[in-house]
Design a protein around this ligand. Structure first.
Ligand code: FE2
Ligand code: FE2
Length: 490
């Protein structure tokens, strides 16, 4: 029987509430038009569940705190945040403060202060999404995707190089920041402890997280046990030793720090079909539908896997967005540090489950792009369908979109993919492995996987630029250079 994981978020339903002390004209003195607290600098500050009319601001560590430390003020004028916007946070068992702001205007920039200050820092703002189905004002949604980036928890600096490469790319290409930040799992090595999340996420992407919503998926290193856990429940989270950066949360809502830290949708809060669990979810942004699957826990239990599969089918049928993207950790086609032809003692069984049971759903229900990590490499497939077997069974002639010479099409130049393939059906997907966001390691026997057009051991990340009828996916290295790309039109 499927048991949904209900997050402990009592009280999160706070709406931006009125504060009645903003005017007092009885004696002719006007007081407290704006908020009057003091800006505080949390150790972690990030945005969750950003939609066209809502966002959650979440933080921990009220450095310089004071009586107003748990308040947020917000508004469209950064120099004057109205007192009426002041909203008090809910504090979780792990000491995170959360404020849900609702009733916001679509496509609007809001500034905010943690600590209830009357003005905002120029690094604390967010842009609400456009209305569902609409494009952003600049016509383009930019999505930044990193996988296996969690090396900061081990003291390694490579994730910062990858981040800087994206920043260089972003400033060189329209000077456009990311609208969304997706993380493909193994976000905090080695055991996904709270302190490892601090070092690998909040200390690396500090400025980005204050302005851009982060949407993660669960990797094997999020379950403790140095990434070897084959458990199917977050209740079985276990650290070996004390981790290399401290143990799990001292007073957790969940045994699994990932679930304590991230506040993910369970009820379709940002669009999509309610999943009933934070372990997998979907949401809408502009004209894009995005699904995050749980290939580490839910997939290992027969009932939970069946429930996730049914939810996925229902979810994919229930939206009418122009583009559909799926993320999960375990890649179906890889010859990087993991080999999709081998189960590795069961640890990599989800690779087989994704390929055999989930890729047919992606292809039948209109998914365009699928992203995984786990293998510490970049590998990008052709535009394919029906590739559920081992690498030796890949047949480009029948499984890949072909070019005019009957060779598998590259997705580049005049071989750009069309969402509706040449056979008249929307039945193909480009599968990418981007587990190169913090380290690249080695390849395995049979490299490169024959389903992949481009495979390279090189640090980097993926940038998606998406408008109404055209999508470009770019592999960006630490210098901001594009090493691979493909285009899809519709
Ligand atoms: Fe990894
Ligand atoms: Fe992994």
């Amino acid at each position: 029987m499927f048991k949904p994981i209900i997050p402990v978020l009592a009280g999160i339903g706070l709406v931006a509430a009125g504060c009645s002390d903003n005017n007092n004209d009885n004696d002719g003195i006007t007081v407290a038009i704006n908020c009057s607290g003091t800006q505080v600098t949390p150790e972690r500050l990030f945005l969750q569940q950003l939609g066209f009319d809502r966002v959650i601001i979440k933080w921990r560590g009220n450095v310089d705190g004071g009586p107003e430390a748990d308040n947020v003020c917000f508004g469209t004028d950064m120099a004057a945040l109205p007192a009426s916007s002041k909203t008090q946070a809910t504090v979780t068992a792990t000491g995170h403060s959360e404020v849900l702001l609702t009733g916001l205007q679509p496509g609007t920039t809001y500034y905010y202060s943690v600590g209830g200050a009357g003005s905002a820092s120029d690094t604390h703002y967010f842009h609400t999404a456009p209305a569902v189905g609409e494009l952003p004002a600049d016509g383009n949604t930019r999505i930044w995707i990193v996988g296996d980036s969690g090396v900061g928890g081990t003291g390694d600096p490579e994730a910062g190089y990858v981040r800087d490469g994206f920043m260089t790319f972003a400033s060189n290409n329209g000077d456009e920041a990311a609208d969304l930040f997706l993380m493909l799992g193994d976000n905090a090595y080695n055991q996904g402890t709270d302190m490892e999340h601090q070092a690998a996420i909040f200390d690396v992407y500090t400025d980005l997280l204050a302005t851009t919503p982060v949407w993660p998926t669960i990797g094997n290193h999020e379950m403790g046990s140095f990434g070897t856990s084959m458990a199917s429940s977050p209740d079985d989270y276990a650290v070996i030793g004390n981790g290399n950066s401290g143990g799990p949360d001292p007073a957790p809502d969940s045994p699994m720090p990932y679930l304590n830290i991230f506040t993910l949708p369970t009820s379709g809060e940002v669009g999509g079909l309610p999943s009933g669990t934070e372990q997998y979810y979907s949401f809408d942004y502009a004209n894009i539908h995005i699904v995050s699957l749980d290939s580490q826990l839910s997939i290992r239990d027969d009932d939970n896997r069946a429930a996730m599969m049914q939810w996925l089918k229902d979810d994919l049928m229930s939206h009418s967005q122009d583009w559909t993207i799926v993320i999960y950790h375990h890649p179906p086609y890889t010859k990087g540090s993991h080999d999709s032809d081998k189960e590795l003692g069961g640890i990599d069984q989800p690779i087989f489950a994704i390929r055999e049971e989930f890729t047919p759903i992606f292809e039948q229900y209109g998914v365009d792009l699928a992203y995984a990590g786990h293998s510490h490499i970049y590998e990008r497939s052709y535009y394919i369908n029906g590739n559920t077997g081992l690498s030796t069974t890949f047949d480009a002639a029948t499984m890949a979109e072909l070019n005019d010479d009957d060779q598998p099409a590259s997705g580049q130049g005049n071989e750009a993919y069309t969402q509706i393939a040449r056979n008249g059906m929307d039945d193909k997907v480009v599968y990418t492995v981007a587990g190169n966001g913090g380290k690249v390691t080695y390849t395995t026997e049979g490299f490169p996987h024959p389903a992949n057009f481009f495979s390279q051991l090189e640090l980097g990340s993926v940038v998606l630029d998406i408008d109404e009828n055209r999508l470009q996916a770019s592999f960006v290295d630490v210098n901001g250079a594009v090493l691979d790309y493909f285009v899809m039109t519709r």
